[in-house]
Write a protein that binds this ligand. Sequence first.
Ligand code: PLP
Length: 428
Amino acid sequence: MSDLRIETKCVQGGYTPGNGEPRQIPIIQSTTFKYDTSEDMGKLFDLEASGYFYSRLQNPTCDYVAAKICALEGGTAAMLLSSGQAASFFAVFNIAGAGDHVVSSSAIYGGTFNLLSVTMKRMGIDATFVSPDCTEEELNAAFRPNTKLVFGESIANPALTVLDFDKFAKAAHSHGVPLIVDNTFPTPVNCHPFEHGADIVTHATTKYMDGHGATVGGCIVDSGRFDWTKYADKYPGLCTPDESYHGITYAEKFGPGGAYITKATAQLMRDFGSTPSPQSAFLLNLGLESLHVRMARHCENALAVAEFLQGDSRVSWVTYPGLPSDPHYALAQKYMPNGTCGVVTFGVKGGRAAAETFMKNLKIAAIETHVADARTCCLHPASATHRQMNDAELKAAGVSPDLVRFSCGLESAQDLIEDIDQALSAVR
Ligand code: PLP
């Protein structure tokens, strides 16, 4: 599959039926799997043989879909999780623990910001947030001897800043740590983080990958390129025996291509159980089959909406990295030349109250916390997803109080524009 194009991987990746087997991926709705001998089972527990024993850790349906996303990203191993939040948590906690430190772009999803700045801090992991547009010096200054990773979003939700992969990957690698990138917004259809220096990719599959507002889910993909053993002192969890798992040393046994995901599965999934259901994985796969077709349409609609808003006197500002006037247009052209995402943000003249009136009057676009869906939806992040942030944190995350996040669906672009037009008129 590795030499096939993205469109073919979206449709057929991850699962190749044998003669007479189901054409669609089977839903293996079983918590457990039967074996003839305890010895057979023991080999699975020792990770000596591949196979399934309990769906909290792994399930075939979920693995087919993880394999598809792995192929889409060009990775060596991947796992599905029950949510995007679980994916972000596992991706970080797999290599950072109490006493460690992470460097993160400040322009990230509000839930991830909270995870890093509040919840993981309670677990003893400190985070330093840097502006995505910081200088190399500012970025390098954020590192400490106990820094274990760098985190960023390829296109930030909702700031829509585009990650400067070269800058972030260079800084991460020169400090001997991996770059983890949340690639939810552009998806692998529009952006390939591994080609630009990222080592691990995370996804909220809840968004474009599912695409139909049907299933919450997450995914982690490993590029297999980070050499953990080169920094063995820094990553004892991967490079020394795991006494909780029969003394296995993941980096030794599974190499750079498999160590990270095997540890996250055998250890974190075992202990935290953020398991997706096979039914959810099946629905996610239906979304993935049309991802390449949908992404093009989401981007086309978003560009049309952004161009309309840019020329409208009732709007104070517009952000869309696909607009040539956007400050992140050059980075978008460099890292995602075929398109960015379907989300546009803008400010309605009149501030917070005007934004609320505007949203109330929309007829096609619905007010939802969701984003990246077939149906157009919108949100006022300062009063919803980002409400836990103070004004300074909002500013650092690129969220102004008047910001409306408008997620263009797959409807007619003209209908969306006419809906926005009438709702802007209602503000007066
Ligand atoms: N990452 C990004 C970029 C997101 O937009 C979201 C949710 O909106 C998440 C992660 C968290 O995903 P989930 O809601 O599936 O937990």
